[in-house]
Design a protein around this ligand. Structure first.
Ligand code: NAG
Ligand code: NAG
Ligand code: NAG
Ligand code: NAG
Ligand code: NAG
Ligand code: NAG
Ligand code: NAG
Length: 913
């Protein structure tokens, strides 16, 4: 059935927009609807708003120039926190919220750590999630380190919009090439000098780098310091802070030998080539004008939350106790999730709509109780569903007091209505945000569309009560605009079906970042169980508030719940029980540990694979070493997947707190929902933020003099190693639709691409390490590996099959995600100064082959005894070093020295032949 034309068209457009909930549209050459949100924790500073506008205008000019007059910023909305002084020119936001903002201005987690960063989880060319900048960057206080703020934004925008990667390499800033140690750079024309900057006991000095006599590599802390004045124009993804740099590296000047993420993820392509492959590029043509049109700004201040529950009470909602479950979940929502100060109303609908409650502002439990009493009764299930009349009535309820702009409609329905498209235009005009919660197996696409076009959330719950899907869906509806320290955080969500009389026992961990407003919620399907909760000191709580008619009970823990392990025990007859635990931040100034999860896309046509992502963080700090499990539920059952933060397979960055995994185990077309559980234990750590964003320039060479910037702030040992305690979290990741699955699913999934191949020369052997892919992406076990090598990097990329094959007869693949280590002796002699390139493919039992891996390089440099870079016999960091304030280095001299070494090298090599 093709239900309607218009929605399908629009739907396609939205799909092209990619994954996040971003509202950005590219109209001709201009980016419209870019949303920049100032985090509620940023201290009020009206000047910041003008400075954000200045940043955009500057960035627009840089962007226009860097993209050969293709792109600029057309219109930008700036979201201003509710707590800031209101002004007459501030509008009310429509679909813009903190949750779908593209750029967040926030104070850094640890003071002074003002590093621009971006969340980017996807493959080459896939859009990023969101850009984070700090007020100090916006105010131009980091000019010496990151360069002009407009350029910083262009760097982050390229990650965000076109999925390009860093061209620097912070962990390994040098590589060996042609017998030399050279800095990772793009383009190669960038000039500078290599130095060590060593500080101890409050005094700092600059020293020469030295070569490790065993490996021939430069010492770990050697770094590349660029010249302040130079003429090289590329590249923005390397060091946008250099004044002359205003372009991206192109096919012509790209350095494909530099081991950086761009080369690794994008098959050695330049950033400009990746941008040229983007949707944006393909649908635009260059402009003529020398300067881009001026950017337009609208200032929008967050107001009170206005929300209407729009509840389907039609005939089909009678199925499987849906109405009572709905009562339980909405009661929980009104009791615990919706924030104080919010205006809330209730509308029910079947073939027509009824106002159950006008808007009431929640000030205390009195209003919560009033609203709960107006929830629809179980017995009143009427005719067919007419979603549009429900929404229209809800708009009316809001309009009696407010504009509908930015108000939220929580539409709860089983989706048995194919006429939703008749009110799309009205919904769009209203400026309201529609969150949809679909109960049951319907796959009516009009519903998704309502959420998509308004920036709302989409969730789904099956009729399987045990999975607690409906309560999970409601618990995900805490305000997107409230500070994270005010939102409700879910610690546990579980269910069990007892076939005999029995117990549902378990534990939930209260960590020190949460504990306020803690609530235990229990639901049952037949008879009230016996219930009690024990705190870490052994105190027993039995005083549950029981709602017999709705078959639920809840226990509110007064004040701040004690940190530690809480246990719950429910004794019951044969029936289904669910348990949910939520809490809020313990301290308004300490970010709680949070888990956010989602799929890489909302809809997938078989055999396009899907990826699950879960971010486990405390503010911007990644939480690593947690056990993170995805539960993917459909009408068919639940699939469990362990998510990994291992920098392999679906996971681009190791230890960034983003845990990922491919999901291919779907069997039937339809709606699926995602839930993620994260458990922290003894192996869990809070880590320093993974740098993915503009490079922190260590210093500059100016007129032959080295001027260091303040060293990059480190997260203090104290904060970093903070004794990580255990924690538990559960997150709802929304719903997605899979289509086009054939009745019997053939094996169409190859092993995933290997992205972490590394090579090292050890004597006359080459040692390769990587993470094993599986039979289907990152699950199962591959059949065999094909390893190829070449002295020419492009041969390997373009003509893998023809390259020299490594004998892998003795190499048997491990299970997916295990570490592989393969040492072999090549057929040729590895000479001093040799660089060889290696790549690998995995083959599965259906003879499906993975794409070619990242290309690893192995070099051999045998330092000679008289190597001038060798460390002096005494401590290389002896206090005899010149103090930083007096050091003046003759760079001309250094260049001459390098020239001599190079010529000596050439002679030596010539002699050898
Ligand atoms: C909607 O569904 C009804 C019955 O389920 C059907 O009769 C009607 O033709 C459908 N309408 C559209 C526009 O597809
Ligand atoms: C190896 O080559 C490097 C430079 O290519 C040179 O500096 C070094 O002296 C050579 N080592 C030996 C042992 O010849
Ligand atoms: C639900 O039923 C109760 C009593 O059974 C009644 O007091 C209440 O008004 C009803 N609520 C609605 C919304 O009809
Ligand atoms: C559950 O906990 C209760 C109370 O602590 C205990 O008596 C009971 O044996 C436990 N049941 C199971 C199956 O562990
Ligand atoms: C995480 O999982 C591993 C392996 O399944 C297990 O050994 C460990 O105890 C788990 N840690 C936590 C905190 O649950
Ligand atoms: C290969 O290199 C890895 C990582 O550097 C190392 O752990 C491993 O021991 C090496 N393998 C062999 C056989 O030397
Ligand atoms: C590959 O190695 C195996 C075992 O080491 C050996 O039997 C075989 O002959 C080798 N193949 C080639 C083509 O060299």
């Amino acid at each position: 059935m093709v239900p309607f034309k218009m929605p399908i068209l629009v739907l396609t457009l939205y799909l092209l927009q990619g994954t996040g909930a971003s509202l950005i549209k590219l109209n001709g050459n201009g980016y419209e609807n870019v949303v920049i949100a100032i985090d509620p924790n940023v201290p009020e500073d009206e000047k910041l708003i003008q400075q954000i506008e200045d940043m955009i205008s500057e960035a627009s000019t840089y962007l226009y120039r860097a993209t050969e007059k293709r792109f600029y910023f057309e219109s930008v909305s700036i979201l201003i926190p509710k707590t800031w002084q209101p002004k007459s020119d501030y509008e009310k936001p429509k679909h813009e919220t903190y949750k779908n903002a593209d750029i967040i201005i926030e104070v850094p987690n640890s003071p002074g750590n003002d590093i621009p960063r971006i969340d980017q989880f996807g493959k080459c060319g896939e859009r990023g999630e969101r850009i984070y900048l700090t007020p100090r960057i916006i105010r131009g206080e980091m000019l010496n380190v990151f360069g002009p703020k407009g350029k910083v934004l262009v760097h982050e925008w390229a990650h965000f919009r076109w999925g390009v990667f860093e061209e620097y390499n912070e962990d390994n800033p040098f590589y060996q090439f042609d017998g030399k140690n050279v800095p990772v750079k793009c383009s190669e024309g960038i000039t500078g000098t290599n130095k060590v900057y060593a500080c101890s006991g409050g005094s700092c000095s600059i020293r020469d780098c030295w070569t490790d006599p065993k490996t021939g590599k430069l010492n770990k802390d050697c770094m590349f310091i660029p010249d302040k004045v130079q003429s090289e124009k590329a590249s923005i993804m390397f060091m946008q802070s250099i004044d002359s740099v205003v372009e991206f590296c192109t096919e012509k000047n790209h350095n494909r030998f530099a081991p950086n993420l761009q080369n690794k993820m994008c098959y050695l392509k330049s950033t400009w080539e990746v941008i040229q492959d983007s949707e944006d590029y393909k649908k635009s043509t260059p402009m003529m004008a020398a300067e881009p049109p001026k950017s337009r700004f609208s200032l929008k201040q967050i107001g009170e939350r206005i929300l209407v529950l729009v509840i389907d009470t039609s005939r089909s909602m009678k199925v499987g106790n849906r109405l009572n479950r709905l009562r339980q979940a909405s009661q929980f929502f009104l009791l615990q999730i919706i924030e104080k100060g919010s205006w809330t109303g209730i509308v029910t609908f079947d073939s027509s709509a009824t106002i159950q409650s006008e808007l009431i502002q929640i000030e205390s439990d009195v209003q919560r109780k009033t609203l709960i009493s107006r929830l629809p009764n179980v017995t009143v299930a009427g005719g067919g569903a007419h979603i549009c009349s429900g929404l229209r009535t809800a708009f009316m309820v809001v309009k009696k007091k407010f504009l509908t702009d930015g108000s939220e409609m929580v539409l709860l329905t089983d989706g048995e209505d194919n006429t939703t498209n008749t009110c799309f235009e009205e919904v769009k005009q209203s400026g309201a945000i529609i969150h949809t919660i679909v109960l049951g197996p319907s796959t009516e696409k009009g519903l998704e569309k309502l959420s998509e076009m308004t920036g709302g959330m989409k969730t789904t719950a099956t009729d399987n009560v045990q999975n607690n899907g409906l309560i999970d869906a409601f618990s995900a509806l805490s305000s997107g605009n409230a500070a994270i320290t005010q939102r409700s955080i879910k610690l546990e969500s579980k269910g069990i079906t007892l076939t005999n009389e029995g117990w549902m026992n378990g534990t939930v961990i209260i960590d020190s970042t949460v504990g306020k407003d803690t609530l235990f919620l229990v639901t049952w399907t037949a008879q009230q169980p016996e219930m009690f909760v024990t705190d870490p000191s052994g105190n027993i709580y039995k005083n549950f508030a029981v709602e017999t008619s709705s078959q639920m009970a809840y226990l509110q823990i007064p004040n701040t719940a004690q940190v530690g392990i809480w246990t719950y025990s429910l004794k019951s007859s044969a029936q289904t029980l669910t348990l949910t635990v939520t809490s809020r931040a313990a301290n308004p100034t300490v970010s709680p540990i949070t888990v956010d999860s989602r799929m890489n896309k909302d809809t997938s046509r078989f055999p396009s694979p899907m990826i699950v992502y879960a971010e486990v963080r405390q503010g911007s700090l990644p939480i690593i070493g947690a056990n993170v499990t995805a539960l993917i539920e459909s009408a068919d059952g639940t699939v469990t997947l362990e998510l990994l933060d291992n920098g392999a397979g679906a996971d681009v960055f190791k230890n960034d707190g983003v845990y990922s995994r491919y999901f291919t185990a779907y069997k039937k077309n339809g709606r699926y929902s995602l839930k993620v559980r994260a458990l922290g234990g003894t192996n869990t750590q809070r880590s320093r933020p993974k740098v993915n964003g503009a490079f922190y320039i260590p210093g500059w060479v100016e007129n032959g003099e080295i001027k260091m910037n303040p060293p990059k702030p480190e997260i203090s040992e104290d904060e970093n190693q903070a004794n990580m305690q255990s924690f538990s979290r559960t997150s709802s990741g929304g719903s997605f639709i899979v289509s086009n699955i054939p009745p019997t699913v053939p094996d169409v999934f190859p092993p995933n691409r290997i992205i972490d191949l590394e090579a090292n020369v050890e004597d006359d052997h080459i040692n390769l390490t990587w993470t094993a892919p599986g039979d289907d992406f990152d699950t199962g076990r591959a059949e065999e590996y094909i390893i190829k090598m070449s002295k020419d990097i492009l041969t390997l990329r373009e003509n893998f099959d023809a390259a020299l094959q490594v004998n892998t007869t003795d190499l048997i693949p491990n299970d997916a995600n295990a570490k592989e280590d393969f040492m072999f002796k090549p057929d040729f002699l590895i000479e001093n100064g040799t660089t060889v390139f290696l790549a690998i493919k995995a083959v599965d039992k259906a003879n499906l082959t993975s794409p070619i891996s990242n290309i690893a390089q192995a070099s051999l440099i045998i330092p000679s005894a008289e190597d001038p870079f060798s460390p002096s016999p005494e401590d290389p960091f002896s206090p005899s070093g010149t103090s930083i304030s007096t050091i003046v280095l003759s760079v001309v001299g250094t260049v001459a020295a390098v020239a001599i070494i190079v010529s000596v090298t050439v002679c030596v090599m010539k002699k050898k032949r």
